[in-house]
Design a protein around this ligand. Sequence first.
Ligand SMILES: [Mg+2]
Length: 389
Amino acid sequence: MKIVKARIYLVESGGISPVLLELETEDGSRGLGEAAIAYGAGTTAAAGMVKDVLDRYLRGGVSPSDSERVWNEFYDHGFWAKGGGPVVMSGISAVEQAMVDLRARALGVPAYELLGGRVNDRLRAYCNGWYFGCTSDADLPMAAERAAAEGYGALKFYPFVEILAEGRLRHPSRRSVADQSLLRRALDRMKEIRRAVGAEVELMLDLSAGIAPDDTVRFCHALEEVGISFIEEPTVPGDTRALAEVKRAIPQSVAVGERLYSRYGFRDVLEARAADILQPDVGNTGGLMEARRIAAMAEAYGLKVQPHICASALSTAVGMHFSAAVPNFYWQEHFPYWARIPGHVDVIDDPVEDTVKNGVIPVNDRPGFGVSLRREVAENWLWAELDLI
Ligand SMILES: [Mg+2]
Protein backbone atom coordinates (compact mmCIF):
# COMPACT_ATOMS: atom_id res chain seq x y z
CA MET A 1 0.00 0.00 0.00
CA LYS A 2 1.49 3.35 -1.06
CA ILE A 3 0.78 6.85 0.15
CA VAL A 4 -0.10 8.85 -2.95
CA LYS A 5 -1.53 12.16 -1.79
CA ALA A 6 -1.34 14.64 1.08
CA ARG A 7 -3.44 17.60 2.07
CA ILE A 8 -2.39 20.12 4.71
CA TYR A 9 -5.07 22.26 6.35
CA LEU A 10 -4.34 25.43 8.32
CA VAL A 11 -7.57 26.15 10.18
CA GLU A 12 -8.43 29.48 11.82
CA SER A 13 -10.63 28.56 14.76
CA GLY A 14 -11.49 31.11 17.40
CA GLY A 15 -7.96 32.30 18.19
CA ILE A 16 -6.16 29.01 17.65
CA SER A 17 -4.85 27.65 14.34
CA PRO A 18 -4.87 23.86 14.12
CA VAL A 19 -2.57 22.39 11.44
CA LEU A 20 -3.99 19.13 10.12
CA LEU A 21 -2.54 16.61 7.71
CA GLU A 22 -4.49 14.06 5.70
CA LEU A 23 -2.58 11.31 3.90
CA GLU A 24 -4.28 9.19 1.26
CA THR A 25 -3.22 5.76 0.00
CA GLU A 26 -3.73 4.30 -3.46
CA ASP A 27 -6.89 2.50 -2.32
CA GLY A 28 -8.43 5.77 -1.12
CA SER A 29 -7.90 5.20 2.63
CA ARG A 30 -7.23 8.35 4.60
CA GLY A 31 -5.20 8.93 7.76
CA LEU A 32 -5.01 12.07 9.90
CA GLY A 33 -2.29 13.79 11.89
CA GLU A 34 -1.91 17.13 13.64
CA ALA A 35 1.08 19.44 14.09
CA ALA A 36 0.02 20.57 17.52
CA ILE A 37 1.27 24.10 18.03
CA ALA A 38 -2.16 25.58 17.41
CA TYR A 39 -1.68 28.56 19.76
CA GLY A 40 0.98 31.26 19.90
CA ALA A 41 3.24 32.09 16.94
CA GLY A 42 4.44 29.42 14.53
CA THR A 43 1.46 27.66 13.00
CA THR A 44 2.23 28.66 9.40
CA ALA A 45 5.79 27.49 9.93
CA ALA A 46 4.45 24.18 11.27
CA ALA A 47 2.32 23.73 8.14
CA GLY A 48 5.45 24.43 6.10
CA MET A 49 7.44 21.92 8.16
CA VAL A 50 4.82 19.24 7.50
CA LYS A 51 5.19 20.00 3.79
CA ASP A 52 9.00 19.78 4.00
CA VAL A 53 8.85 16.41 5.78
CA LEU A 54 6.48 15.08 3.11
CA ASP A 55 8.63 16.45 0.28
CA ARG A 56 11.82 14.89 1.63
CA TYR A 57 10.65 11.58 3.06
CA LEU A 58 7.26 10.54 1.64
CA ARG A 59 7.75 10.87 -2.11
CA GLY A 60 7.91 7.88 -4.43
CA GLY A 61 5.46 5.43 -2.90
CA VAL A 62 6.13 5.15 0.83
CA SER A 63 4.09 2.64 2.83
CA PRO A 64 2.24 3.68 6.04
CA SER A 65 4.14 0.79 7.68
CA ASP A 66 7.39 2.73 7.34
CA SER A 67 6.73 5.38 10.01
CA GLU A 68 9.72 4.32 12.12
CA ARG A 69 11.98 4.35 9.08
CA VAL A 70 10.73 7.83 8.12
CA TRP A 71 11.16 9.08 11.70
CA ASN A 72 14.76 7.90 11.86
CA GLU A 73 15.62 9.24 8.42
CA PHE A 74 14.20 12.57 9.50
CA TYR A 75 16.04 12.53 12.82
CA ASP A 76 19.37 11.46 11.35
CA HIS A 77 19.34 13.49 8.16
CA GLY A 78 16.87 16.35 8.62
CA PHE A 79 19.64 18.09 10.62
CA TRP A 80 17.34 20.39 12.65
CA ALA A 81 15.59 17.46 14.31
CA LYS A 82 18.51 17.03 16.71
CA GLY A 83 17.84 19.67 19.31
CA GLY A 84 14.72 20.53 17.34
CA GLY A 85 11.95 22.70 18.72
CA PRO A 86 8.20 22.98 18.25
CA VAL A 87 8.09 23.70 14.52
CA VAL A 88 10.49 20.92 13.53
CA MET A 89 9.10 18.29 15.88
CA SER A 90 5.43 19.09 15.24
CA GLY A 91 6.13 18.52 11.53
CA ILE A 92 7.31 14.94 12.03
CA SER A 93 4.59 14.38 14.67
CA ALA A 94 1.80 15.10 12.18
CA VAL A 95 3.33 12.84 9.54
CA GLU A 96 3.97 9.98 11.97
CA GLN A 97 0.42 10.23 13.37
CA ALA A 98 -1.17 10.12 9.92
CA MET A 99 0.92 7.07 9.00
CA VAL A 100 -0.10 5.32 12.24
CA ASP A 101 -3.76 6.18 11.58
CA LEU A 102 -3.52 4.66 8.09
CA ARG A 103 -1.78 1.53 9.36
CA ALA A 104 -4.32 0.95 12.14
CA ARG A 105 -7.21 1.48 9.72
CA ALA A 106 -5.70 -0.98 7.25
CA LEU A 107 -5.55 -3.55 10.07
CA GLY A 108 -9.05 -2.61 11.25
CA VAL A 109 -7.83 -1.91 14.79
CA PRO A 110 -7.76 1.13 17.08
CA ALA A 111 -4.40 2.94 17.12
CA TYR A 112 -3.71 1.91 20.73
CA GLU A 113 -3.39 -1.69 19.49
CA LEU A 114 -0.17 -0.60 17.76
CA LEU A 115 1.18 0.58 21.14
CA GLY A 116 0.70 -2.81 22.79
CA GLY A 117 -3.00 -2.59 23.45
CA ARG A 118 -5.24 -0.97 25.99
CA VAL A 119 -4.37 -0.93 29.69
CA ASN A 120 -6.94 1.76 30.58
CA ASP A 121 -10.61 1.50 29.59
CA ARG A 122 -11.69 4.81 31.11
CA LEU A 123 -9.60 7.97 31.23
CA ARG A 124 -9.92 10.56 33.95
CA ALA A 125 -10.19 13.86 32.09
CA TYR A 126 -9.46 17.22 33.62
CA CYS A 127 -11.28 20.19 32.22
CA ASN A 128 -9.48 23.13 30.65
CA GLY A 129 -11.25 26.09 29.07
CA TRP A 130 -14.05 26.10 31.69
CA TYR A 131 -13.28 29.83 32.06
CA PHE A 132 -14.10 30.60 28.39
CA GLY A 133 -16.53 33.49 28.33
CA CYS A 134 -15.44 34.94 31.70
CA THR A 135 -14.66 38.64 31.36
CA SER A 136 -13.66 39.41 34.95
CA ASP A 137 -12.45 37.76 38.15
CA ALA A 138 -15.99 37.89 39.47
CA ASP A 139 -17.12 35.45 36.74
CA LEU A 140 -14.58 32.74 37.61
CA PRO A 141 -16.18 31.05 40.65
CA MET A 142 -19.53 30.62 38.89
CA ALA A 143 -17.90 29.21 35.75
CA ALA A 144 -15.88 26.77 37.85
CA GLU A 145 -18.99 25.74 39.76
CA ARG A 146 -20.80 25.13 36.46
CA ALA A 147 -18.06 22.83 35.14
CA ALA A 148 -18.03 20.93 38.43
CA ALA A 149 -21.82 20.61 38.26
CA GLU A 150 -21.42 19.10 34.77
CA GLY A 151 -19.40 16.31 36.33
CA TYR A 152 -15.80 17.45 36.05
CA GLY A 153 -13.74 16.29 39.02
CA ALA A 154 -10.71 18.38 38.09
CA LEU A 155 -10.20 21.86 36.65
CA LYS A 156 -7.04 23.59 35.46
CA PHE A 157 -6.42 27.33 35.58
CA TYR A 158 -3.79 29.99 34.92
CA PRO A 159 -3.77 32.06 38.15
CA PHE A 160 -1.61 34.97 36.92
CA VAL A 161 -3.40 35.72 33.66
CA GLU A 162 -5.01 38.97 32.81
CA ILE A 163 -8.63 38.42 31.80
CA LEU A 164 -9.25 40.65 28.80
CA ALA A 165 -12.59 42.33 28.19
CA GLU A 166 -13.37 40.07 25.22
CA GLY A 167 -12.91 37.04 27.45
CA ARG A 168 -9.44 35.94 26.36
CA LEU A 169 -6.54 35.30 28.73
CA ARG A 170 -3.17 37.01 28.54
CA HIS A 171 -0.15 35.51 30.29
CA PRO A 172 2.02 37.70 32.56
CA SER A 173 4.46 40.07 30.87
CA ARG A 174 8.24 40.18 31.43
CA ARG A 175 8.26 36.98 33.51
CA SER A 176 7.48 39.00 36.57
CA VAL A 177 5.02 39.71 39.31
CA ALA A 178 7.25 42.42 40.77
CA ASP A 179 4.00 44.07 41.77
CA GLN A 180 3.14 41.79 44.69
CA SER A 181 -0.53 42.68 44.40
CA LEU A 182 -0.57 40.25 41.44
CA LEU A 183 0.42 37.45 43.80
CA ARG A 184 -2.42 38.41 46.14
CA ARG A 185 -4.87 38.56 43.22
CA ALA A 186 -3.85 35.10 42.07
CA LEU A 187 -4.26 33.71 45.57
CA ASP A 188 -7.65 35.38 46.00
CA ARG A 189 -8.82 33.94 42.68
CA MET A 190 -7.88 30.44 43.74
CA LYS A 191 -9.51 30.80 47.16
CA GLU A 192 -12.76 31.92 45.52
CA ILE A 193 -12.65 29.09 42.98
CA ARG A 194 -12.00 26.56 45.74
CA ARG A 195 -14.92 27.98 47.74
CA ALA A 196 -17.19 27.63 44.67
CA VAL A 197 -16.32 24.04 43.76
CA GLY A 198 -15.92 22.58 47.25
CA ALA A 199 -13.21 20.37 48.67
CA GLU A 200 -13.66 17.33 46.40
CA VAL A 201 -12.85 18.86 43.01
CA GLU A 202 -9.15 18.77 42.13
CA LEU A 203 -7.59 22.04 41.03
CA MET A 204 -4.38 22.24 39.04
CA LEU A 205 -2.48 25.35 38.02
CA ASP A 206 -0.50 26.16 34.89
CA LEU A 207 2.08 28.94 35.37
CA SER A 208 3.21 28.68 31.70
CA ALA A 209 6.71 29.77 32.74
CA GLY A 210 5.18 33.13 33.44
CA ILE A 211 6.86 34.30 36.66
CA ALA A 212 10.22 34.16 38.40
CA PRO A 213 11.20 31.15 40.58
CA ASP A 214 11.31 33.10 43.88
CA ASP A 215 7.77 34.42 43.34
CA THR A 216 6.65 30.93 42.33
CA VAL A 217 7.94 29.42 45.57
CA ARG A 218 6.32 32.18 47.66
CA PHE A 219 3.02 31.74 45.82
CA CYS A 220 2.97 27.95 46.09
CA HIS A 221 3.46 28.06 49.85
CA ALA A 222 0.64 30.59 50.21
CA LEU A 223 -1.51 28.23 48.08
CA GLU A 224 -1.24 25.34 50.49
CA GLU A 225 -4.56 26.08 52.15
CA VAL A 226 -6.32 25.99 48.73
CA GLY A 227 -5.24 22.42 47.88
CA ILE A 228 -3.66 22.21 44.42
CA SER A 229 -2.83 18.89 42.71
CA PHE A 230 0.02 20.04 40.50
CA ILE A 231 1.84 23.10 39.25
CA GLU A 232 2.53 23.07 35.51
CA GLU A 233 5.55 24.72 33.84
CA PRO A 234 6.71 26.67 36.90
CA THR A 235 9.99 27.62 35.18
CA VAL A 236 11.27 28.48 31.73
CA PRO A 237 11.41 25.36 29.52
CA GLY A 238 14.99 24.09 29.31
CA ASP A 239 16.08 25.51 32.68
CA THR A 240 16.18 22.12 34.38
CA ARG A 241 18.13 23.37 37.38
CA ALA A 242 15.51 26.01 38.18
CA LEU A 243 12.77 23.41 37.72
CA ALA A 244 14.50 21.05 40.17
CA GLU A 245 14.98 23.87 42.68
CA VAL A 246 11.31 24.86 42.52
CA LYS A 247 10.16 21.24 42.76
CA ARG A 248 12.17 20.73 45.96
CA ALA A 249 10.96 24.01 47.42
CA ILE A 250 7.18 23.72 46.93
CA PRO A 251 4.60 21.41 48.50
CA GLN A 252 2.73 20.63 45.24
CA SER A 253 3.66 18.17 42.48
CA VAL A 254 5.35 19.61 39.38
CA ALA A 255 4.25 18.89 35.79
CA VAL A 256 6.17 19.77 32.65
CA GLY A 257 6.45 18.77 29.01
CA GLU A 258 4.45 20.68 26.39
CA ARG A 259 7.64 22.55 25.43
CA LEU A 260 10.05 19.61 25.59
CA TYR A 261 10.67 17.69 22.39
CA SER A 262 11.51 14.03 21.79
CA ARG A 263 12.97 11.51 24.23
CA TYR A 264 16.20 13.52 24.18
CA GLY A 265 14.45 16.66 25.40
CA PHE A 266 12.93 14.88 28.41
CA ARG A 267 16.09 13.10 29.52
CA ASP A 268 17.59 15.94 31.56
CA VAL A 269 14.34 16.44 33.50
CA LEU A 270 14.32 12.77 34.45
CA GLU A 271 17.98 12.59 35.38
CA ALA A 272 17.66 15.70 37.54
CA ARG A 273 14.45 14.33 39.08
CA ALA A 274 13.04 17.77 38.40
CA ALA A 275 9.36 16.86 37.90
CA ASP A 276 6.63 14.51 39.13
CA ILE A 277 4.43 14.41 36.04
CA LEU A 278 5.45 14.48 32.37
CA GLN A 279 3.16 16.04 29.77
CA PRO A 280 4.45 15.22 26.29
CA ASP A 281 2.27 16.60 23.51
CA VAL A 282 1.77 13.76 21.04
CA GLY A 283 1.44 16.38 18.29
CA ASN A 284 4.69 18.23 18.89
CA THR A 285 7.12 15.99 20.75
CA GLY A 286 7.69 13.65 17.80
CA GLY A 287 4.51 11.62 17.45
CA LEU A 288 2.68 8.72 19.04
CA MET A 289 5.58 6.26 19.34
CA GLU A 290 7.88 9.00 20.60
CA ALA A 291 5.38 9.99 23.31
CA ARG A 292 5.02 6.31 24.24
CA ARG A 293 8.80 6.05 24.64
CA ILE A 294 8.84 9.15 26.84
CA ALA A 295 6.08 7.59 28.98
CA ALA A 296 8.20 4.46 29.44
CA MET A 297 11.21 6.56 30.45
CA ALA A 298 9.00 8.38 32.96
CA GLU A 299 7.71 5.08 34.33
CA ALA A 300 11.27 3.95 35.08
CA TYR A 301 11.73 7.10 37.18
CA GLY A 302 8.43 6.66 39.01
CA LEU A 303 6.66 9.54 37.25
CA LYS A 304 3.09 9.92 36.10
CA VAL A 305 2.26 10.87 32.50
CA GLN A 306 -0.56 12.85 30.97
CA PRO A 307 -0.77 13.97 27.35
CA HIS A 308 -0.73 17.73 26.87
CA ILE A 309 -3.59 18.65 24.55
CA CYS A 310 -4.60 22.04 23.16
CA ALA A 311 -5.40 21.89 19.46
CA SER A 312 -8.22 20.43 17.34
CA ALA A 313 -10.41 17.52 18.43
CA LEU A 314 -8.06 15.27 16.45
CA SER A 315 -5.39 15.82 19.11
CA THR A 316 -7.82 14.81 21.84
CA ALA A 317 -8.53 11.57 19.97
CA VAL A 318 -4.81 10.88 19.44
CA GLY A 319 -4.26 11.61 23.14
CA MET A 320 -6.98 9.09 24.03
CA HIS A 321 -5.15 6.32 22.15
CA PHE A 322 -1.86 7.25 23.83
CA SER A 323 -3.44 7.36 27.29
CA ALA A 324 -5.24 4.06 26.77
CA ALA A 325 -1.90 2.30 26.31
CA VAL A 326 0.10 3.93 29.14
CA PRO A 327 0.23 2.19 32.55
CA ASN A 328 1.47 5.32 34.35
CA PHE A 329 -1.30 7.47 32.85
CA TYR A 330 -2.52 10.19 35.24
CA TRP A 331 -5.04 12.61 33.63
CA GLN A 332 -6.12 13.44 30.11
CA GLU A 333 -6.38 17.13 29.33
CA HIS A 334 -9.30 18.31 27.25
CA PHE A 335 -11.29 21.43 26.38
CA PRO A 336 -15.03 20.67 26.25
CA TYR A 337 -16.14 24.30 25.82
CA TRP A 338 -14.45 25.48 22.60
CA ALA A 339 -17.88 26.25 21.16
CA ARG A 340 -18.13 29.19 23.58
CA ILE A 341 -15.30 30.94 21.71
CA PRO A 342 -16.54 33.14 18.84
CA GLY A 343 -15.24 31.86 15.50
CA HIS A 344 -14.65 28.31 16.71
CA VAL A 345 -14.65 25.80 13.83
CA ASP A 346 -15.38 22.08 14.25
CA VAL A 347 -13.28 20.21 11.68
CA ILE A 348 -13.51 16.73 13.16
CA ASP A 349 -16.46 14.32 13.12
CA ASP A 350 -17.20 12.03 16.07
CA PRO A 351 -14.98 13.94 18.55
CA VAL A 352 -13.99 12.26 21.79
CA GLU A 353 -15.25 15.36 23.59
CA ASP A 354 -18.85 14.33 22.80
CA THR A 355 -18.44 11.05 24.68
CA VAL A 356 -17.20 12.48 28.00
CA LYS A 357 -19.49 11.73 30.93
CA ASN A 358 -18.83 12.86 34.49
CA GLY A 359 -15.28 13.81 33.61
CA VAL A 360 -14.41 10.39 32.19
CA ILE A 361 -13.47 9.54 28.59
CA PRO A 362 -14.57 6.01 27.72
CA VAL A 363 -11.92 4.56 25.41
CA ASN A 364 -13.61 3.57 22.14
CA ASP A 365 -12.47 0.86 19.73
CA ARG A 366 -13.08 2.51 16.38
CA PRO A 367 -10.29 1.83 13.82
CA GLY A 368 -7.33 4.21 13.62
CA PHE A 369 -7.81 7.30 15.73
CA GLY A 370 -11.56 6.81 15.31
CA VAL A 371 -12.30 10.27 13.93
CA SER A 372 -12.60 11.75 10.44
CA LEU A 373 -12.30 15.12 8.80
CA ARG A 374 -15.45 17.15 8.20
CA ARG A 375 -14.57 17.57 4.57
CA GLU A 376 -17.04 20.33 3.74
CA VAL A 377 -15.58 22.47 6.54
CA ALA A 378 -11.91 21.53 6.11
CA GLU A 379 -11.96 22.39 2.40
CA ASN A 380 -12.20 26.06 3.34
CA TRP A 381 -8.83 25.79 5.06
CA LEU A 382 -6.81 23.77 2.53
CA TRP A 383 -3.24 25.14 2.66
CA ALA A 384 -1.36 22.74 0.38
CA GLU A 385 -2.06 19.64 -1.67
CA LEU A 386 0.74 17.32 -2.74
CA ASP A 387 0.92 14.41 -5.16
CA LEU A 388 3.49 12.09 -3.66
CA ILE A 389 3.87 9.66 -6.56
MG1 LIG B 1 0.55 24.43 29.77
